[in-house]
Design a protein around this ligand. Structure first.
Ligand SMILES: [Zn+2]
Length: 207
């Protein structure tokens, strides 16, 4: 090790230690880097005297963010999203996405935008509708509704039904669910009608 002196007391008796630091970036993976720390055996001063860590740390963060952008955009490609269509919707320059994908240091705003689009791809449709509030609400709710339906578990699923719309699938699921409840509780008086409850529920679903 080169002869270095303590910035606090000037003593040469410095000890160099490295510790492993693990970095994680959403959708970009993880990376371990060595963090250097010098300790003065005479006065006890310790720190990154030559600012070695900052450069390595930044390089690792840049690498992970570049991975994140690449992974998100490859995922879009796998799902057959059209880059030009996204660029048009977002009103960003043509070829932006391809440039971001190959950038070694993507901009912080590009990374943030892509993470949102990855989490909520329906935001692209919102942009296609010129960020109109009512359209955005409709798109958002429709997506949430589809997610909800996907998570619903009834005794019977909708397989075998010849249905085309999500609403119709939900209507049939609810109808079957209430029919099943009715059969189970035929001889019991609960003080209210399952049929009325079902019809009210269906009326709500049907718009
Ligand atoms: Zn010292």
């Amino acid at each position: 090790m080169e002869q270095v002196s303590c910035p606090a007391c000037g003593d040469n008796n410095l000890e160099k230690n490295t510790i492993k630091k693990s970095l994680h970036e959403p959708y970009g993976g993880s990376k371990n880097i060595d963090i250097v720390c010098y300790t003065c055996n005479f006065c006890g001063f310790s720190g990154d005297i030559f600012n070695e860590n900052e450069k390595d740390l930044q390089a690792a963060i840049d690498e992970l963010k570049a991975n994140s952008v690449k992974n998100i955009l490859e995922n879009f490609q796998k799902q057959h999203y059209n880059f030009s269509a996204i660029e048009r919707a977002l009103e960003i320059p043509q070829r932006s996405l391809s440039k971001w994908k190959s950038a070694s240091k993507p901009s912080a705003s590009a990374v943030a935008l892509l993470k949102y689009l990855h989490l909520f791809p329906w935001l692209i449709e919102v942009a296609e509708h010129k960020f109109d509030f009512n359209s955005a609400q409709r798109i958002h709710i429709s997506d949430a509704f589809n997610q909800l339906i996907g998570q619903m578990t009834f005794n019977e699923d909708a397989r075998g039904f010849e249905t085309t719309t999500t609403m119709e699938v939900l209507r049939l699921k609810i109808e079957k669910k209430f029919d099943a409840d009715l059969q189970e509780g035929d001889d019991q008086d609960f003080g209210f009608s399952f049929i009325n409850q079902r019809n009210e529920c269906l009326a709500t679903v049907q718009e």
